[in-house]
Design a protein around this ligand. Sequence first.
Ligand code: ATP
Ligand code: MG
Length: 238
Amino acid sequence: MNGSVCLSCQAIERYLGEEESRVHALRGVSLDLEPGSIHAVVGPSGCGKSTLLYILGLLDPPDAGRVSIESEAMSHLGDDELARKRNQLIGFIFQFHFLMEDFSAQENVMIPMRRLGRLSDEAMRERAAVLLGAVGLGDKLRRPSRHLSGGEQQRVAIARALANDPRVILADEPTGNLDTANSERAFELLQNIVQQGQKALLLATHNPVIAEACDWIHEMQDGRIIASHPRGQRSLGA
Ligand SMILES: Nc1ncnc2c1ncn2[C@@H]1O[C@H](COP(=O)(O)OP(=O)(O)OP(=O)(O)O)[C@@H](O)[C@H]1O
Ligand SMILES: [Mg+2]
């Protein structure tokens, strides 16, 4: 996979909010994610981690700079095409998972597949069951998600993010509301998925143990990446 990049962004700028309270949330952020690699973005609250993830996930447009997925620039695409690319190529795991709480685990995982519209109902059901089996929830397929524990709900969210076999997984504090055992379990699950499927994973985290287990750590401050270092190597800081 030498030299190949799943997702890349260059010189991203983003302003948020109204005129007088306008925030320069991202100031020239560039990043490359290779297949099979896990990158962590760390930094104080408000430094721009979620803003960056939303832009990379094609959920929010940058004010300047470009995002490319598998070498294809996304900036010129219209809303429908962006939504299609997002659904096809990116799995997003939100901090507060946003499951449909009255839907079963299986139905939640089928939602992105329905949107893509490539599989029959039976094939979607089967694939959702396989994905939920892989995250250890094979015996809870039909349970409404509001009757699952926090750790189980987060695993449903991981399975849902994998529904359309994305190239890239973006995770905003994927273990933020889990206890230590469940965070480690969710992270190990993500590690296996990335390795087996040669996907790229970028996660924002406040958990130093998880950050240190990633292949790369990017330190953000005031909308900039001030240092990037591979696992085990201490950063020199800004
Ligand atoms: N919709 C918005 N309108 C105005 N400002 C915003 C908006 N969303 C975020 N911001 C501001 O942009 C900056 C970056 O926010 P962001 O949510 O990306 O931070 P973060 O690093 O994810 O923080 P946390 O660790 O608390 O999740 C912050 O100053 C925040 O207040
Ligand atoms: Mg955030």
